[in-house]
Design a protein around this ligand. Structure first.
Ligand code: SAM
Ligand code: FES
Length: 351
């Protein structure tokens, strides 16, 4: 009853206290999760109808100077296969994606020092020149405010930088000392201030996560009001310090997708590849729980296995067209369709 009351209030007020968020997470059961998912799907229908937005993901580099404890491409994994796409390769992935109906390209990669502002600005400009009706999203980690500004001026529209956890102590357990929670938050603030549609987010079931740290994540999302929010299960990678940690659950990921949809009805919320990796119908279930975005892989097939953040990643053998077709069929199977649209955050215009 108490949980039901919290859900009804969340739906109406889009807000709970941190303690109440923790209570909601701790007290959830099958019945309350179903109620929450129903309300989240309702909201999603009102804002986005039957459309699911797609973004073509181009994994531009597996080289990373960072050493995040959870990540398969961390600097200290000598077994990781490293690659870097050339600007020409990146542009040709985007050309192929355009033909397939993608109108947003996400350039994601490790923090690879070779991607200087000059190199990246050149790529962003070329992309926008070839495909002026497309949005460019970057997901390249922490950079300076000047760098973010230069990339925005070159034409980038959105930036994804998961906050990973809103609890500073928890952050320190997931990252080496050289990284800081403060800088992560500085980056997110800068990006928003510059005018990007900003995405934050976190892994569900990351080591040391508790209902209390999750409650902080939800309060952070509520107050920061990101345009996008990327959440997916933590999946261990065999060559990282967290190799023996348990995988995040489908059930909690779906529950949190629904909570976030009720906090921010207009947020762009992907059903992630990680969710599709832990369950064959994970992405479909994510959409039914309130997600409204999918991000199929557009990277050249030859590098897909090398961008290995976690074990058993799906879609590494498929061609881009197969991936798009596969997702189209998956979305149709639950009553949605893929939109050929940039899929901007409602009400957003570039400065
Ligand atoms: N380097 C950029 C950054 O840090 O934002 C972009 C790439 S980074 C690999 C993208 C996201 O992958 C991270 O924000 C993290 O949440 C997620 N990730 C990394 N390792 C993971 C794992 N083992 N399981 C699930 N997600 C993981
Ligand atoms: Fe990539 Fe199904 S989405 S193969």
């Amino acid at each position: 009853e108490r949980i039901k009351e919290l859900i009804v209030r969340l739906e109406k007020e889009h807000s709970l206290s941190e303690t109440e968020y923790a209570e909601l997470i701790t007290g959830r059961d099958e019945e309350s999760a179903a109620l929450l998912a129903r309300k989240a799907a309702e909201k999603q229908k009102v804002v986005f109808g039957d459309a699911v937005y797609t973004r073509g993901l181009i994994e531009i580099s597996s080289i990373c100077k960072n050493n995040c404890l959870y990540c398969g491409i961390r600097r200290d994994n000598p077994k990781a296969e490293r690659y870097r796409l050339t600007p020409e390769e990146i542009l040709s992935c985007a050309d192929e994606g355009y033909e397939l109906g993608f109108r947003t390209f996400v350039l994601q990669g490790g923090e690879d020092p070779a991607f200087t502002d000059a190199v990246l600005c050149g790529i962003v400009r070329a992309l926008k020149q070839r495909h002026p009706d497309c949005a460019v999203t970057l997901s390249l980690g922490e950079r300076s405010s000047e760098s973010y500004q230069a990339l925005y001026d070159a034409g980038a529209d959105r930036y994804l930088l998961r906050h990973e956890t809103a609890d500073a102590g928890h952050y320190a357990k997931l990252h080496p000392k050289e990284m800081s929670f403060e800088n992560r938050m500085r980056c997110l603030r800068d990006l928003k201030e510059i005018g990007y549609q900003v995405g934050c987010g976190f892994m569900v079931g990351s080591p040391f996560q508790t209902p209390e740290t999750l409650a902080k994540d939800l309060k952070f999302i509520e107050t920061f009001r990101p345009a996008m929010c990327g959440i997916g299960p933590f999946i261990p990678h065999r060559n990282t310090p967290f190799r023996n940690e348990p995988t995040g659950t489908l059930e909690l990921t779906l529950f949190l997708l629904s909570v976030i949809r009720l906090i921010l009805p207009e947020v762009l919320l992907p059903a992630t590849t990680a969710l599709g990796t832990i369950h064959p119908r994970g992405r479909e279930m994510g959409i039914q729980a309130g997600a409204n975005v999918v991000m199929p892989n557009l990277s050249p097939v030859g590098v897909r296995k090398k961008y290995e953040l976690y074990d058993n990643k799906i879609c590494t053998g498929e061609e881009s067209a197969q991936c798009r077709g596969c997702l189209e069929a998956r979305m149709r199977s639950v009553g949605y369709h893929l939109a050929v649209d940039r899929g901007d955050a409602p009400g957003w215009t570039k400065k």
